[in-house]
Design a protein around this ligand. Structure first.
Ligand code: KG4
Ligand code: ZN
Length: 360
């Protein structure tokens, strides 16, 4: 049974990887949905010791966190569980076991409340997260989706109307940050730490490749950059007769700054090329790497000179969170591109291309 709604409240659950997130948004007619509360628990400290996400530990921790977080969100929003009209969860892509926790809890709550449920694409959550900001965009726009697992440029004409313009052929931008950071001994996920260290470094100290910078297409490739960082770091360590992680802080900072500059140069150039190619004058940046200060500064500078508006999610909503899942569900229902249903049999899609949810 599908359900049609006008004014409603959505509770969204995110559990695709190493963050448990819950968010609550209200929809009133055709107005932009409003975020009432959200809460997050990051498992990063738990996975640090292993140098990356351990899927089984991630799933078990989501189980521990999700209901207390839901309670916290309801209290913050001054609502009771019975006030929730729709339950939403991240259906994919992500870690299968982790996704099943959010899906299972959302469907169990929905079944108990006899309310409809809806599975959401994680990347659509990121893509629509700037609509939660104080300065929301309007359609159409070019979106640069830069997360730990994805790097894509999309043309976005409306909710569910996404055209892939280009994507990474190998590693994602976040992966390039994380793998370089790990090599330099900055822990996991190292994007933020590498960017912090880069602040005291010289971005011109080492010349690292900018893969596909001058190619005509809008695809990316970051695997070669990661290798180049490793070759450079090993060379420096051999010269100094020490381990890479024991290199002087100033050298590590120069490596970090040079790596960040190479990644950002490519992201900025391809975003500008996508704007030019589509003729659109609005850019939306979403996903964890969208929190990067240099990327924001460079895009702001380049776009202001071209009369292009750039929109970002609020900093705390750049990385994974439940607010974006509630928001994506709310916007999909509002736009009529998906209906919520009361069939509580669920599945998850660990591998799921965004193009597969298109409405045209
Ligand atoms: O979107 P997200 O939370 O998770 C995925 O869906 O993958 O993105 C996480 C990624 C990680 O690779 C992390 O290192 C990166 O975003 N990240 C950053 C920064 N903050 C998070 N990368 C560069 N600079 C940052 N400030
Ligand atoms: Zn994400």
């Amino acid at each position: 049974m599908s359900v049609t709604l006008q004014n409603f409240c959505v509770l969204g659950i995110e559990s695709s990887c190493d963050e448990t997130g819950v968010g609550l948004v209200d929809v009133c007619g055709t107005d932009l949905p409003v975020l009432r509360a959200h809460a997050l628990f990051s498992q990063i400290d738990m996975h640090q010791a292993y140098g990356g996400v351990v899927p089984e530990l991630a799933s078990r921790d989501h189980i521990r966190r999700v209901l207390p977080l839901a309670r916290q969100v309801l209290t913050q929003a001054n609502r009771r569980l019975g006030d929730v009209d729709v339950l939403a969860f991240t259906r994919g892509p992500g870690l299968a076991g982790a996704l099943l926790v959010g899906a299972g809890v959302a469907c169990a709550l929905a079944a108990a409340l006899q309310k409809p449920v809806l599975g959401v694409h994680h990347l659509e959550g990121h893509l629509l997260s700037p609509f939660l900001s104080a300065d929301p965009p309007c359609f159409p726009f070019v979106a640069l989706l830069v997360s730990g697992g994805h790097t894509q440029l999309m043309r976005v004409d409306g909710v569910g109307q996404y055209q892939l313009l280009g994507e990474t052929l190998d590693d994602a931008a976040g992966e390039a940050f994380d793998k370089s950071a790990k090599l330099l001994g900055l822990g996991y996920p190292g994007g933020q730490a590498l960017s912090a260290l880069a602040q005291s470094g010289n971005a011109r100290a080492f010349h690292l490749p900018r893969p596909l910078l001058h190619s005509h297409g809008l695809d990316f490739s970051f695997a070669g950059l990661k290798t180049a960082v490793m070759v450079q770091a090993k060379k420096l360590a051999a010269q100094q007769g020490c381990a890479i992680t024991a290199l002087p802080m100033s050298v590590l900072a120069d490596l970090a700054a040079s790596t960040q500059a190479a990644i950002v140069d490519v992201l900025v150039a391809k975003s500008l090329a996508a704007l030019h190619g589509t003729g659109l004058e609005r850019l939306v940046v979403a996903g964890g790497v969208g929190a990067n200060r240099l990327l924001r500064d460079r895009l702001n500078a380049e776009c202001s000179g071209r009369a292009v508006q750039v929109h970002y999610p609020e900093l705390d909503l750049c990385t994974d969170n439940g607010a974006m899942i509630a928001m994506a569900a709310a916007m999909r229902l509002q736009a009529g591109v998906q209906t919520a249903h009361c069939d509580y049999a669920f599945d998850v899609k660990p591998r799921w291309a965004l193009e597969q949810i298109l409405t045209r």
